[in-house]
Design a protein around this ligand. Sequence first.
Ligand code: SAH
Length: 334
Amino acid sequence: MILDFSLEEMTRFLVDKVGLKAFKARMVFEWIYQKAILDYDQMTSLHQSERDLLKEKAPFPTWTITEHPTKDSNKLTAITEDGSCIELVILKSKAAPTLCVSSQVGCALKCAFCETGILGAARNLTTSEIIYQVLLAEKKTGGIGNIVLMGMGEPLLNLDNVLKAISILHEPSGLNISPRRITLSTAGIVPGIETLLAANLGINLAISLNAPTDELRETLMPINKTYPIASLIRAAKSYQEKSGRRVTVEYVLLREINDTPQIIRSLIALLRRTGFHVNLIPYNPTSGDYKRPTLERINWVQGQLEASHINATIRQSKGIDVSGACGMLSSVIK
Ligand code: SAH
């Protein structure tokens, strides 16, 4: 697939396999990444014969896309060539919009409060499928700001393709997206965090903690049985220290489950002096049996954290009415 390639790889492929001159290959890369042109017929600096060859030998993905816009978001549901369903969400903001991309179809981790895990078994997205989401959003918005790997799937279980995609997005003669504008969120795959750190990309890391004790976290996130909280916090601290990037802790607030005074005391004890930033995410409805705390309780949790000098913000749930908010993306074709 044409979107699997760095500039160097694309040049080699188009010269060797399609017979283009190297400078024409560079033009193709620039059409795609600088102008978000995803149709060879619109690449006016190429001859018709070259366009026809490219269409045959290096086709673009052919997804069927449905848009679900709201006032503050736009969820794109895409059906891929193999019939898989991928969702990406464009979140509007005062600055440039943020794009939430998926890394897998479905998710194998089965977190109790998250819709994506419901179908279980996942397929990894290819590098091309990750890049294509970004290019579609670029085209739609005229320029996205931040990218968050917080859509469907667990990015650290598809690390090779995710890392390749990030490096292509970073190409100076392409989109030139700084790693500082990219945040990867993980449910806590500890060896994956270590590999990410070793790759030294300088992207931001977010960890979905959601509970401060192993006892509770195991009931909500089965992955905790493999990588308990202490190992996750250790890996996150090491990521923060060595990368110099502040780690974000995501905490989905579930009424009477992880928002009680006792649990919040444990959360504070766990996070005190780590320097992590906490993002409180009021639960968005799924087919699970949970409830969102009252606004009063949500504000109370934030106040308790802040009083202990732990930075905490409340994440606005954009896209809730089109099932486009955190935890609501599913690979069930609707
Ligand atoms: N698998 C990765 C990437 C997905 S990010 C991870 O877990 O981090 C999706 C974020 O949404 C996670 O922080 C998750 O904890 C949160 N989330 C899942 N279900 C949710 C729900 N129903 N309401 C609010 N947030 C939810």
